[in-house]
Design a protein around this ligand. Sequence first.
Ligand code: GYE
Length: 307
Amino acid sequence: PPVKEQPIDPASMEQRIVVGFSQLGSESDWRKANSRSIQEAAKEAGIRLLFENAEQSQEKQFEAIRGFIDKKVDVIAVSPVIESGWEPILQEAKLAGIPIILADRAVKVSDPSLYVTTIGSDFFEEGRKAGKYLLDKLRNEPGPIGIVELQGTAGSSPTIERGSGFRDIIGERGDLVIQRAEPADFTVEQGRETMRAFLQEMGSDIRVLFAHNDDMAIGAIEAIEEYGLRPGEDIVIISVDGTRKAFELMVEGKINCIVECNPLLGPILMQAVREIMEGRTLPKRIVPQESVFTEGVAEKEAANRQY
Ligand code: GYE
């Protein structure tokens, strides 16, 4: 009998672009929203995404990248868990002729030709925004004023940059004193534990908490309430990211200021992949638009949050 001819689907004829993405982990709500955004944007763009979660291990990120090189993907995207140590693996990708996009966090390398572009926030500016809010909030309050800082992952670019941006601004007033600064890995649990320890040590001498992300602020709020102080009143709380949960706490008056950091990088990343495939030149740095939110707008904004 005659062989029936299959109709040809033009989409299947097209070579699909393959992107390998090494995500650093799933430590926070920000990160989960970031992973979702990248997965959805790939689907939307018809790009095949190989997704690997490194669970905070740089070593696992190296393995994932080597795997992508073996599979000869078109582009490799990576969210680097820490800033240092990337030169050799990026060299391997370069030798294989595979372009690298850094997503979210940055790296420290002496040769900028090892990656095409960094798509992510200006963390130094975020730290400055937090500092500016604090100067304004306490403008009529006499010093010395005790501050504690919950830092993110030690050695990660948002931790380093947010910390120095914050210091850059609060240095304008000599009586704002950072009493303690500890890494708490961007998680609720470590935020809670570390804040407990701060309170044990310094109790009501703590007037301000600067948390490098919402998850740690949420954990710290639990510790503060457990200790018998009022978050947002006795202790001024400034956080970074802008998750729905944090906005809800700001509506309750328990967080005073949220510096926005946008995790929805998927569409920009896929656009960059397409442009690379078309041979276009990209800017070395692509920064999304971000705002600062304070108590007055909490209610209105909480409803708009996508993550
Ligand atoms: O602020 C934090 C996440 O790298 C900007 O990592 C990101 C940070 C974000 O775990 O919530």
